[in-house]
Design a protein around this ligand. Structure first.
Ligand code: HEC
Length: 171
């Protein structure tokens, strides 16, 4: 047996011993973790039951409450929309949210909010023309105003309110 063979065998022995040791440690650890599961702190279990209970109780107690709420909710949407409308037909808000991307950031060709010089000629066309441009769009050699600024879900009223706001900012 050469010297190299002896070294190899010794190294292999050490590696094997290490593997066995690791395996034993893994087994011990596994049994420790598993065993811990079995005897979980009764206080923790009691607490967990306490946390879960309200949800369970609510779910089982709710059906009556829910069925009382449902008919009311069925009537509600109409009311909800009317209630939300005044806020949504807020020219400043619509402008900030949907029109600012072009009219507030200097997108070429778009009259900037507050740029009286650019707006003067447009306002001279009359408010109805501006409404029409905003709602149906306007294309000229200098730029494209997409219908409703590309936000087709906006109502005509919302767009008009935004135009009113832009016009007010130009005076
Ligand atoms: C994608 C960019 C863009 C968005 C978004 C946009 N606009 Fe415009 N808008 C333009 C451009 C460009 C023009 C200039 C068009 C022209 O004069 O040919 C313009 C012009 C206008 C004009 C003047 C029209 C006229 O007849 O001179 C109004 C009013 C207007 N926009 C309102 C709005 C409103 C209200 C919104 C938001 C609901 C909006 N725009 C969103 C690009 C945009």
């Amino acid at each position: 047996m050469s010297h190299e063979d002896q070294t190899f065998i010794r190294t292999a022995g050490i590696v094997l011993a290490a593997l066995v040791a690791i395996t034993i440690m893994a087994l011990v650890l596994a049994s420790f973790v598993g065993g811990n599961d079995g005897d979980a702190d009764p206080m923790v279990i009691a607490k967990a039951d306490e946390w879960i209970a309200p949800v369970g109780e609510r779910l089982s107690a709710e059906p009556s409450a829910a069925s009382e709420t449902m008919p009311t909710m069925a009537h509600e949407p109409v009311k909800a929309i009317t209630a939300a409308e005044p806020m949504e037909v807020d020219g400043a808000k619509v402008t900030q949210t949907y029109c600012f991307a072009c009219h507030g950031t200097g997108v070429p060709g778009s009259p900037q909010i507050g740029d009286s010089a650019d707006w003067a000629g447009r306002i001279a066309q009359g408010i109805d023309t501006l409404y029409d441009s905003a709602i149906n769009g306007k294309t000229s050699s200098t730029g494209v105003m997409p219908p409703k600024g590309g936000m087709m879900n906006l109502s005509d009223e919302q767009v008009k309110a935004a135009v009113d706001y832009m016009v007010s900012q130009a005076q």
